[in-house]
Design a binder for this molecule. Structure first.
Ligand code: SAH
Length: 457
């Protein structure tokens, strides 16, 4: 292969950064050839070293910063920046919000071809640190000791870390303590390469409104040595723990949780409130990680749904029924659809817990269940979707277009797939009225967006 790059690996060059990629790297150009460099910002002048020179683009590393951007801030914890997914940690919070808002505007134009949808200013947090209510850290071994923390990017090398600036202090503390206990008791860490050893991940989830903590130990083996002693020590050192769970994952996989879950101590769930709705959350269920912003997000979804009490509503990808239960307060009836059985079990429990009777939950893939449900003669006035990063399946979008509910609310954690799906819905008769970006994940490149669509007539 001929290499037409104007630079070569290990070249040191002086550049000016012009742009930021969607994953937070600065972009500099050499005769039009883009080079991506983490930890740099538009407007900055720097010396960089080329670490990779592909045909059409290259990657670099910052060597010396000559001129810093006004948006640059000190990186408080180096590990977080490098390994912990905090790709925007070097940008002032105002700068981060601007970056995310621009990103949403750009993809809506470029991918969505949406010219006249109103994109509101992003809603940020007053304090953008320590917001995460959950952490799951991989466990490994170094020099004979048990370690746990972050993976180095693009590797499976674990960096031992006790703290993340985005995690709630209660979560940081829980992970640290459980790691210490397992280390003291000589628990054998999992070895990914040989698929041997025991402890793969430690997970901690914290219900901020109630203070309840859940600890999950994820192991390869069915047995876990010193089980009782681990429980005893956890309870001694972390008095807010209400649930200790053992999950078994004996597969060679990147997926963290396995299929078998056993309660070692206490409850199977912990309880949290969003607004005045109470939720039971089990170990394997999805639950939003930023409790403060979740309320903001759900309120916006509810506002966009503009329910009068007469509507039949579908909540697709409903998880443990969080949005469904919010919607149910204002709708005639709500049907939640979700593919994880345990999440639906939680959702039903949550409906009961809050004495909500006009909501039903079904297990199934949204793209299989909803088309079938529609074919059987059912229909909805409003549909809310909150899919994972890959967006909605085309089969689901097709059914929505046929079913033609008057209103739709699309909650998305990936603006690119949102824009793609909005284009399909626009072509199918919907108009995207408004988009509200919400910063659910400060310091990271992720952004959440709520979109309001109405059926054109
Ligand atoms: N609305 C919920 C959950 C959103 S996360 C909340 O705000 O808490 C997305 C959810 O979609 C997860 O619970 C995941 O298990 C589920 N999911 C993923 N793919 C799905 C599919 N094809 N059909 C139905 N549910 C799916």
């Amino acid at each position: 292969m001929t290499n037409t790059a104007p630079v070569a690996k290990n070249d040191d060059i002086d550049v000016v950064f012009e742009d930021l990629t969607h994953d937070g790297a600065g972009v500099a150009k050499v005769n039009g050839y883009p080079i991506f460099v983490p930890n740099t910002l538009p407007g900055e002048k720097a010396k960089i070293r080329v670490v990779k020179a592909n045909k059409g683009y290259g990657f670099g590393r910052l060597i010396e910063l000559y001129e810093a951007s006004e948006h640059r801030v000190e990186v408080p914890v180096e590990e977080n920046y490098k390994y912990g997914g905090c790709q925007l940690q070097h940008i002032s919070y105002a700068g981060q919000l601007e970056f995310k808002e621009n990103q949403v505007k750009q993809v809506m134009k470029r991918i969505g071809k949406l010219e006249d949808a109103t994109i509101h200013p992003i809603i940020g947090m007053d304090n953008p640190l320590n917001y995460r209510n959950k952490a799951q850290v991989p466990v490994g071994k170094k020099g004979g000791n048990l370690i746990a923390g972050f993976y180095k990017p693009r590797t499976h090398e674990i960096v031992d870390t006790n703290e993340s600036i985005v995690q709630d202090p209660a979560v940081n503390e829980a992970i640290k303590v459980v790691k210490e206990i397992c280390s003291e008791l000589g628990i054998d860490p999992y070895n990914e390469i040989h698929h041997r050893g025991v402890l793969r991940h430690i997970m901690a989830r914290y219900a901020k409104s109630t203070g309840e903590l859940m600890i999950v130990l994820i192991t390869r083996s069915t047995s876990l040595l010193h089980k009782n002693k681990i429980v005893e020590e956890i309870l001694k050192r972390l008095p807010n723990v209400k649930s200790i769970v053992h999950n078994i994952n004996n597969q060679k996989t990147n997926v963290i949780m396995g299929e078998k879950t056993k309660v070692l101590w206490g409850n199977e769930v912990i309880y949290d409130y969003i607004g005045d709705v109470k939720f039971a959350i089990s170990a394997v269920s999805f639950y939003q990680v930023n409790p403060d912003q979740t309320k903001v997000l759900y309120d916006k979804a509810l506002e966009y749904a503009a329910l009068t009490g007469e509507e039949t509503v579908i909540d697709a990808y409903c998880g443990i029924g969080t949005i469904s239960l919010f919607l149910a307060q204002k709708a005639k009836s709500v049907l939640g659809v979700e593919m994880i059985p345990q999440a639906i079990e939680d959702a039903r429990r949550n409906a009961e817990l809050n004495e909500v009777e006009n909501v039903k939950f079904s297990i199934g893939e949204a793209e299989t269940f909803i088309p079938l449900w529609y074919e059987q003669g059912n229909s909805a006035d409003v549909i809310v979707v909150d899919p994972p990063r890959k967006g909605c399946d085309e089969a689901l979008l097709k059914t929505i277009i046929e079913m033609a509910p008057k209103k739709m609310v699309y909650i998305s954690c990936n603006p690119a797939t949102l824009a793609r799906d909005l284009r399909i819905l626009e072509d199918g008769g919907y108009k995207t009225e408004e988009l509200q970006p919400v910063d659910m994940f400060p310091m990271t490149t992720h952004v959440e967006v709520v979109a309001k669509l109405t059926l054109k007539k």
